[in-house]
Each structure stands twice: as C-alpha cells, then as structure tokens.
Design a protein around this ligand. Structure first.
Ligand SMILES: Nc1ncnc2c1ncn2[C@@H]1O[C@H](COP(=O)(O)OP(=O)(O)OP(=O)(O)O)[C@@H](O)[C@H]1O
Length: 306
C-alpha cells in the first residue's frame, strides 16, 4: 500500500498534511500519535471512506477512492467503537457479516464455526453481543472484521477500551494474521503497542514526523538519552530546562529522563557540563525508548514550524 502527498482539509483545519506512506505486505504497521493527530482521518482515506483533499493512494493495486468499491471485499476495518449489533447473538453477528461479505451459506457457516473456536467465543455463541465483556466484544469485532479473510486489515485504536491482558491477547491474534500473510495497519497511542509493530509512522498535528522500524527510530537517538537521580529533582529539572542543548526533561518519581538535542556519547562530558548547576545528582546514559523518539520528532517539527 502506498500513499503520496495525502492531505485532508476540513475547512481551515489541515487534519492530514502531505503524508507519504509505504506499507509492505504482511507487515504489522503502526500509526502512533496523540488524540487529534490525524490517525483516524488517514485510515478512513486509505479504505475509501473519506475523499482526500489531495494526494494519491494505491491499496492492493487499486486506486483509491476511485476503485473503493472493488476494495471493500478485500479489506477489513475495525474502529474503537465496536461495530457490533448488541441485540444479535455472537453467532448471529458473525453470520450476518458473512452474508454481507457474500460468503456462500455453507462456506459462511464453516468459517463462523472456525472463528468462534479460534477467538474463544464457542462457549457463548447464543449470548447477545451487547452483554459481552470489553475483551470479548473486541475479539468478536476482530473475528467479524476478518470473516471474509481480507488481505489488508485496518484497525483504528482497537484496544483503547480493554484491559492489558486483553490487549496482549489481541496483539497475538494480529501477529497470527500477519504470519498468514495479512497486512495490518493499526493506530494506537500506546507506546508498548507501537514497540511491537514491524514498522511505524509517528503522526503529530497531521504531519508524519518519523517512520521506520522501532529499532531504526531508537538507534537514531543513541547518545542523547540520560537518566538523572537527584534529591531535589524539581530544582535540577528547572536548571536543566534552561540549558540550550536539553530538548526535554521528564520527571518519573525521583528520576529525570533527559533528552539532548545532539548526541553526547560520553556520560562524563555530560556530567561535567551539569556540574555547573551545583546541585547533587547522579547521571547515567540510557537506551532510547520510543517515547524519546516521539518527543524528539514532535519537538523538532514544532521548532521547524516556528
Ligand atoms: N468530519 C470532520 N469535520 C471536521 N473536523 C474533523 C472531522 N474529522 C476529523 N476532524 C478533525 O481532524 C483532526 C484529526 O482527527 P482524527 O480523528 O483523524 O485524529 P486521531 O489521531 O484519530 O485522534 P483520536 O486518537 O482522538 O481518534 C482533529 O482535529 C479533528 O477534530
């Protein structure tokens, strides 16, 4: 799947700004970004639900939105709001979706039975979907989104309403699907989920500010992340924030996580510069995390825009 110069304007607001994307097949591709960064809008344009203001989209060899109708049977789409019928049973929900997707009766029935088993819903086939727990609803929604074995699955914050165990469980299912050749595009604002993706794109205010594998993205920050322990962390934080080469300081308990603007490979060099602050502290260099990548990418973008 490719997108080039993808832009969506709602009146004055630029919700998605000239985004270029390249999503390889059978890849779990993550969209990471805060609320309002344009993740849903991008996904909706990619599956043909929303017409872009500008840009080109090619999904599974089809031009979107022009050939969106042909795409329908080849993709699955699941949003944070469960697209289930509360008043239908678990089985009826899946059977209904199998019919909508045009599966012949017998084939549809076999597929539904298989999914009920695989998604651990076979002990509650007659329960109304509206009475399921959050995690069960989510499993049912995923089963529903793949009833027709789509080649591409688009998931818009699918785990925002469920507990950590259900999230882990859900991600295992995603990797199973990717192993079977399904391409998966999934948006999230959880760093731990982003970390699991094969590749990811970071969106901020409609702009794509970084993309690559989690490893590539964190490697770029090598030598720029430090952890400081101090008795007076707030004072040290204030002093650090005045330093021109300090991009961000985040307090976590008594520790401060510092992100520098440029690489300072030697902890000793960094230490010496900090000694001028005159407050007691202990510093060590730490491995960059995706959160650091996120902060670095969004701050750089803000500064460039300014
Ligand atoms: N139909 C619309 N009309 C006007 N503005 C819209 C419309 N849809 C989205 N927007 C705006 O576009 C921006 C991007 O929204 P979008 O839903 O794509 O972000 P998101 O990253 O998916 O956020 P969230 O995590 O909250 O779902 C927001 O400022 C939103 O208010």
């Amino acid at each position: 799947m490719h997108a080039h110069g993808l832009t969506k304007r709602f009146g004055q607001l630029v919700a998605v700004n000239a985004v270029n994307l390249d999503v390889p097949r059978a890849c779990v591709y993550g969209f990471l970004g805060p609320n309002g960064s344009g993740k849903s809008t991008t996904i909706r344009m990619l599956c043909g639900l929303l017409t872009p203001s500008e840009g080109e989209i090619d999904v599974l060899g089809l031009r979107i939105p022009q050939q969106a109708e042909q795409l329908k049977r080849r993709i699955g789409y699941m949003t944070q709001k469960f697209s289930l019928f509360d008043d239908l049973s678990v089985r009826q929900n899946l059977e209904f979706l199998a019919t909508v997707q045009g599966l012949p009766r017998q084939q549809g029935k076999a597929r539904v039975d298989d999914l009920l088993r695989r998604y651990r819903l076979d002990d509650r086939t007659e329960q109304l979907a509206g009475t399921l727990s959050g995690g069960q609803k989510q499993r049912l929604a995923l089963a529903g989104a793949i009833v027709h074995k789509p080649e591409l699955l688009l998931l818009d914050e699918p785990t925002s309403a469920v507990d950590p165990e259900s999230r882990r469980d859900f991600w295992e299912k995603l990797f199973e699907l990717a192993d079977d050749g399904t391409t998966i595009l999934v948006s999230t604002h959880y760093m731990d989920e982003a970390e699991r993706c094969h590749r990811l794109a970071i969106l901020d205010n409609g702009n794509l500010v970084a993309d690559g594998t989690p490893k590539e993205l964190t490697a770029k920050l090598q030598g720029r992340t430090f952890l400081i322990r101090a008795d007076a962390p707030r004072k040290v934080k204030e002093a650090l924030e005045d330093q021109p080469d300090v991009l961000s300081v985040a307090q976590i308990g008594n520790e401060l996580r510092v992100l520098l603007r440029h690489s300072d490979e030697h902890v000793d060099a960094f230490k010496q510069r900090l000694q001028r602050i005159g407050l007691p502290f202990d510093v060590e260099s730490v491995t960059p995390s995706l959160e650091d990548v996120f902060v670095a990418a969004t701050r750089r973008h803000e500064e460039q825009a300014a």
